[in-house]
Design a binder for this molecule. Structure first.
Ligand code: NAD
Length: 478
């Protein structure tokens, strides 16, 4: 396994300015994997300056040149998917199949945005008076600070780097300190794909608050693109206000998974397994609250409980395991505490629910029935393999129950009646709805949330717009 352990600044690998280090552990064993440079505030500001220096040249590069480099990065990622997946498994704890799926998904953002780089449009307008013309162009917004979480160490990075580079922006990427090794590997991969020095910089300050505040206060920075919790997102929005930065925020979720009385139960269980268990439940899109119509409730609970119970739990390096470890013992303990609280509030454990003995941050696939809307577990983002099930009757307005949260990332709906499904989807206050599907993410889809789940969209044609700014040139014909 090839490890990069420095800060990557201006095309060079560097030790920490003050010699401090971040230890990265394998959460499946509790053993240390690597020590990497902990970037100081000064290192991070140097990374911003390197990005600022590289900006004029990269912004002016022909779109085709930027596109070909991103295409090359896509091809390298496809070729090196096994190495990338191994890094993801070792630093994050997820199983190999999930890591390979992430590596492939992550690579697609480089391919998609290599194709978008050459389609940055503009337009030519006639002013109402007929005497003026307005030429609208779109230009790279400038130096961008990209901050990513630990749950998808590759995909959250490429979903930002791809559109930023395609638009002509230069970036400083700050991955989560729990999972920096994949991001550092990507820095090397991008260099090999031909990304010029300074266009992509990667720093891992730990703790991050001071260094991130300093970067967002640097006058060269024009953009913040953040993926992480709503709580940290709010803090960063306040900091970004000082410099009036453009902000794209992909924040937390509390996804309802709704099974209507006419749903195909086998299909709903198959969808629930994906919506809940993709990435071991550590996804912002993970189904967090299951609202199941009374008419099909018992059948759904029995089939879903059996499917969850059958998932082999263990290290992600063993291909026989379907569920790996959480990213840390601290995260595992948070999940366990939520289950304990749910049981105190009256829930029944149908599957899982017990921390296994031995090392590693493992928690089993768990199904809780008898949960009531409003119980604590329905209010918090679980971020683990736990499915609370709430029965609802014909008198309940399930859309109102689903919308009763300040978050609004994604909803899932299962029904046998497409018109009924669309009518419900239109009432749900989320940026995305998966209808009779367990997964909605796609590089071609504008991923993002409503309410406190975020601002802006990633992926699709919308994704590149987040890194572009409109400028018009007014022409007088007289
Ligand atoms: P987090 O908010 O704790 O951390 C995210 C990033 O912010 C990390 O790089 C972290 O080091 C950094 N950070 C933390 N505190 C900071 C501070 N005070 N100042 C500056 N930077 C700081 O989130 P996490 O625990 O890594 O990830 C889980 C969260 O991410 C969940 O809420 C999940 O829903 C969300 N998420 C959202 C999406 C989405 O697209 N909407 C995708 C994945 C994860």
């Amino acid at each position: 396994m090839k490890l990069f352990t420095g800060s990557y600044i201006g095309g060079r690998w560097r030790l920490s300015g003050d010699g401090s280090a971040v230890r990265v552990d394998d959460p499946a064993t509790g053993e240390p994997l690597a020590e990497i440079a902990s970037a100081t505030v000064g290192d991070c500001l140097e990374a911003v300056e390197a990005a600022a220096e590289a900006l004029p040249h990269w912004r002016a590069a022909p779109p085709r040149v930027r596109a070909e480099i991103l295409r090359g990065a896509f091809e390298l990622m496809v070729r090196e998917r096994e190495q990338i997946a191994e890094l993801i498994v070792r630093e994050n704890g997820k199983v190999r199949a999930d890591a390979l799926a992430e590596a492939d998904y992550a690579a697609e953002f480089f391919r998609w945005f290599s194709e978008e780089a050459v389609r940055i449009g503009g337009d030519f307008r006639t002013a109402p008076g007929g005497d003026k013309r307005i030429v609208v162009t779109r230009q790279a917004i400038g130096v961008s600070v990209l901050i990513t979480p630990w749950n998808f160490p590759a995909a959250m990075a490429t979903r930002k780097i791809g559109p930023a580079l395609a638009a002509g922006c230069t970036v400083v990427l700050k991955p989560a300190a729990e999972t920096p090794l994949t991001a550092l590997y990507l820095a090397d991969l991008l260099e090999r794909a031909g990304v010029p020095s300074g266009v992509v910089n990667v720093v891992v300050p730990d703790p991050p608050a001071d260094a991130v505040r300093a970067m967002l206060s640097h006058p060269a920075v024009r953009k913040l693109s953040f993926t992480g919790s709503t709580e940290v997102g709010r803090v960063l929005l306040r900091t970004a206000a000082d410099q009036v930065l453009s902000c794209s925020m992909e924040l937390g979720g509390n996804a309802p998974f709704i099974v209507l009385d006419d749903a195909d139960i086998d299909a709903a269980v198959a969808g629930a397994m994906v919506a809940k268990m993709r990435n071991g439940g550590a996804a912002c899109t993970a189904a967090n609250r299951f609202y199941v119509a009374e008419a099909v409730h018992d059948a759904f609970v029995a089939a879903f409980g059996a499917a969850m119970d059958a998932l082999p739990l263990g290290p992600g390096t063993d291909p026989d395991n379907a569920l790996g470890s959480l990213v840390s013992v601290a995260e595992r303990d948070k999940v366990a505490a939520r289950v304990t609280r749910a049981v105190e509030q009256g829930a029944t454990v149908q599957a899982g629910g017990t921390v296994p003995a031995g090392p590693g941050a493992f928690y089993p696939a768990t199904v809780l029935s008898g949960v009531r809307h409003g119980d604590d577990i329905t209010r918090a983002e679980i971020f683990g393999p736990v499915a609370p099930i709430i029965a609802f009757g014909p008198e309940d307005d399930v859309a109102a129950l689903a919308n009763d949260t300040e978050l609004g990332l994604i909803s899932y709906v299962y029904t046998g009646d497409l018109a009924r499904g669309i009518a419900l989807a239109e009432r749900l206050e989320t940026g995305m709805v998966a209808l009779n599907r367990g997964v909605a993410s796609d590089p071609a889809a504008p991923f993002g949330g409503a309410k406190q789940s975020g601002l802006g969209r990633e992926g699709a044609a919308e994704g590149i717009q987040e890194f572009l700014e409109e400028k018009y040139i007014a022409l007088d014909l007289a």
